[in-house]
Design a protein around this ligand. Structure first.
Ligand SMILES: C=CC1=C(C)c2cc3[nH]c(cc4nc(cc5[nH]c(cc1n2)c(C)c5CCC(=O)O)C(CCC(=O)O)=C4C)c(C)c3C=C
Ligand SMILES: [Fe+2]
Ligand SMILES: [Fe+2]
Length: 387
């Protein structure tokens, strides 16, 4: 998937004479690649201290217990997808598209959200100087995991590593967890290249416009069944994760209102809700199923937009497409539409490429979509709050 340096622009070289190399590492959750991988995948997930906040040995005991219990319902979910998650293939398609978009281009485009005072250095811009960029994937709970990817990145011998979560909204349970494990893995394999984290891009223009682009024609079609309501559905979180300062819900709200505004539909009926609850704890709400029931009572058609996921997997293809569609029918919703994720939509991929260039060119080791920080100060879970 690597790009060759441009033949027309002078390559920016390192002292050894070779082009500068940038490794972009995409973070994602990972999913089982076979029925027998389901239980160990779940064990990896529930033994993450960012998910189960208990000290060991209690966490491992709880992880064994919950992964054992959850294995059967999870197997039923993945059976509907042929016994495995499509997340890796979809992430690979995004990696290939991003690598192509990051190929050498004659002019650096810092994108509309760059804060000029943060200072771009075009000499470090892969697009401007013909540097080589290679995109890697590090999954958190199933292969390829950070240990394997860090070894491959070390072999590539980059001058800079950019960590790019495929989670537009930052959470301590996703991006922070992957970042921690990445740094441990990098240390273990002796990968010492400077590393920057692009922590979040909940309202990045390419992501928002691509989402609106996917919704618009489906909204028009749904109008034949009444005035549609748009359900911006994000993966939920236990309430106590949010009350302890995780900015995920705040960022989800910003995404929902930005896509709603980008749609430009007068008096748009929309709501931000949360799906995929697991376990007995209280989770943030309103829940997507409660909103589907409310739409049934109101007799309005709905569009479910999975706005915290950027590719398809069990939560979109089974939970939304099969389970929520079924529930909608049961409670009398006149028309149900699942809006696809942004996937390899060119607007989304170009937006990611702009963010990578901006991160490479900027000075910060951790930055959000604006090259700086976007979270208000009352979120201690923001990675920039700790700096
Ligand atoms: C925005 C992204 C995600 C957040 C936040 C998140 C938090 C979170 N998840 C669980 C438990 C499970 N998640 C599972 C699947 C899953 N989760 C995400 C994303 C986020 N999770 C994705 C993309 C997937 C799909 C993986 C795939 O199918 O490829 C699962 C496994 C499926 C199931 O059994 O339902 C569990 C379990 C918790 C507890 C949590 C926050 C504390
Ligand atoms: Fe999850
Ligand atoms: Fe933040």
């Amino acid at each position: 998937m690597s790009q060759q340096p441009s033949q027309t622009s002078a390559p920016h070289t390192v002292p050894g004479g070779r082009p500068r190399r940038v490794a972009v590492v995409l973070f994602n959750l990972g999913g089982p690649d076979a029925p027998e991988a389901i239980r160990p995948f779940l064990f990896n997930l529930f033994s993450d201290p960012a998910i189960i906040r208990l000290p060991n040995p209690f966490r491992f005991m709880v992880a064994s217990l919950i992964s054992g219990r959850r294995a059967k319902p999870a197997a039923e979910i993945y059976a509907q997808l042929g016994g495995k998650s499509p997340l890796l293939e979809n992430t690979e398609a995004q990696a290939a598209a991003l690598e192509a978009a990051l190929g050498p281009k004659p002019v650096a485009d810092p994108g509309p959200e760059l804060e000029p005072e943060l200072g771009a250095d075009p000499g470090l811009d892969p697009a401007a100087d013909g540097a080589e960029t290679k995109v890697f994937i590090a999954m958190r709970y199933w292969h390829p995991m950070s240990a394997e990817t860090a070894a491959r990145v070390k072999e590539y011998d980059p001058d800079l590593v950019v960590l790019l979560p495929l989670y537009p909204q930052f959470s301590t349970t996703t991006t922070a967890s992957s970042t921690k494990v990445w740094h441990e893995a990098a240390k273990t394999v002796g990968l010492t290249a400077p590393t920057k984290l692009l922590c979040c891009y909940p309202t990045e223009a390419g992501f928002i416009d691509a989402s609106a682009d996917l919704i618009r024609p489906l909204y028009e079609a749904a109008k034949a069944h009444g005035t549609p309501r748009v359900l911006f559905s994000a993966h939920g979180l236990p309430k106590k994760v949010v009350t302890s300062g995780d900015p995920y819900q705040w960022q989800c709200e910003r995404t929902a209102e930005s896509i709603a505004a980008a749609l430009g539909i007068e008096h748009l009926d929309w709501v931000n809700c949360y799906q995929s609850r697991v376990g007995p704890m209280e989770w943030i709400g309103p829940s997507t199923d409660a909103e589907i029931r409310r739409a049934g009572q109101d007799g309005v058609p709905i569009l479910v937009v999975p706005m915290a996921f950027v590719s398809e997997h069990s939560e979109t293809l089974v939970e939304i497409e099969i389970e929520y569609r079924h529930l909608a029918k049961e409670v009398g919703v006149p028309h149900f539409t699942r809006v696809p994720t942004v996937g390899v939509h060119p607007g989304f991929i170009d937006g990611l490429a702009r963010l990578v260039r901006q991160t490479v060119a900027g000075k910060a080791a951790v930055c959000a979509q604006n090259g700086g920080r976007i979270c208000p100060s009352n979120f201690p879970g923001c990675p920039q709050a700790r700096r």
